[in-house]
Ligand binder design. Structure first.
Ligand code: TYM
Length: 333
């Protein structure tokens, strides 16, 4: 078995969307044969924002079903629940004592999520990147596939790992590398090309969900905001403000596995209404099989729970060893 190891996770909150797919899950599937992979349902992270227990429960199962439907093979890899491996939270406390307050206060995602009322945000939302670091370091992951919005959290994780190694004068922690897709590392909202596509955005028209039907996909792309100019190279010129156009072209390029230049060449001079037909067809071709499989997996929740429990047992096996080592290193009995 290769000693290259992947850990990544997704918060089970709301519907997984095209951003999660292109930014993360597609890469999970691409890496699963080369690496030993741990794919995590980050259910403890989902508690950082107020959520209804029933909805959280459903989202955990939906996210597990989405992993399987997207093609994660559990014969080779592990799908597990963060809350079922207690070593994550144990390590998180130790790392809380390594990380510096100044490091956390620079995290832009906290500022975005907490909004103007920081005092009312949960402490968990503030310290969440430390739990995320524990998720990664407890498996000594060498590679972490994520979208661009998690890059800063990965840098923090690297800083924490280096400080731990230096404070305790060893090289116990592997310093993990982020794996961020070249195109579509930040898929933007279909309604506003300056905002990230997100589960929490109120309008469902802003995102393509992995559970959307063919008609929903076609409608959402039809209604997606664009400009009136035809497709041309200037979409990506330095001063371009054609954000929505950039987003749709990047989505197409990623799904089709073609470079931006090739796509721009193929559609040069065409209108966005022409392009949207092609984009809808491509999206339907890629997303429909996933959404059908999600439904199938959800019709057998017992099986799904079995997959999670088996994966969590395996994850526990690895994580337990790390936490024992770390306790020894820091001087706990
Ligand atoms: P989460 O649940 O917000 O997102 C899951 C993954 O999807 C990516 N992503 C996107 N990529 C491109 N465009 C978008 N619009 C978009 N929206 C989301 C994210 O970058 C992420 O890769 N904290 C993490 C979950 C987590 C984790 C971890 C990840 C917990 N522990 C350890 C990696 C390693 C989160 O909230 O992701």
């Amino acid at each position: 078995m290769s000693n290259k190891r992947v850990l990544s996770g997704i918060q089970p909150t709301g519907n997984l969307h095209l951003g999660n797919y292109l930014g993360a899950i597609k890469n999970f599937v691409a890496m699963q044969n080369e690496f030993q992979c741990f794919f995590m349902l980050a259910d403890l992270h989902a508690l950082t924002i107020k959520t209804q227990p029933k909805i959280l429960n459903e989202s955990i199962l939906n996210t597990a079903a989405s992993f399987l439907a997207a093609g994660i093979d559990i014969k080779k890899n592990i799908i597990f629940c963060q809350s079922k491996v207690s070593a994550h939270t144990e390590l998180s406390w130790i790392l809380n004592c390594i990380a510096r307050v100044g490091w956390l206060s620079r995290m832009t995602q906290f500022k975005e999520k907490a909004g103007s009322n920081k005092e009312k945000a949960s402490v968990g939302l503030y310290t969440y990147p430390i739990l995320m670091s524990a998720d990664i370091l407890i498996y000594k992951a060498t590679h972490v596939p994520v979208g661009d919005d998690q890059k800063q959290h990965l840098e923090l994780c690297r800083d924490i790992a280096m400080k731990f190694n230096s404070d305790y004068n060893n090289d116990y922690f592997v310093i993990p590398e982020p794996i961020i897709p070249k195109y579509a590392s930040r898929v933007m909202s279909l309604r506003d090309g300056r905002k990230k596509m997100s589960k929490s955005e109120e309008s469902d028209l802003s995102r393509i969900n992995l559970t959307d039907s063919k008609d929903q996909i076609v409608q959402k792309i039809k209604k997606a905001k664009t400009d009136n100019d035809p497709i041309s190279e200037n979409i990506f010129s330095e001063n371009s403000t054609r954000y929505e156009a950039q987003n749709l072209i990047k989505i197409y390029s990623n799904l089709k596995s073609e470079s931006l230049d090739t796509v721009l060449n193929d559609f040069n001079g065409k209108t966005f209404s022409d392009f949207k037909k092609n984009l809808s067809e491509l999206l339907v071709e890629k997303i429909q099989p996933i959404s059908k499989k999600i439904k199938q997996y959800r019709s057998e929740d017992k099986e799904l729970i079995n997959v999670i429990n088996t994966g969590s047992e395996k994850a526990n096996h690895t994580a337990e060893k790390t936490i024992l080592d770390i306790k020894k290193i820091v001087g706990l009995l």
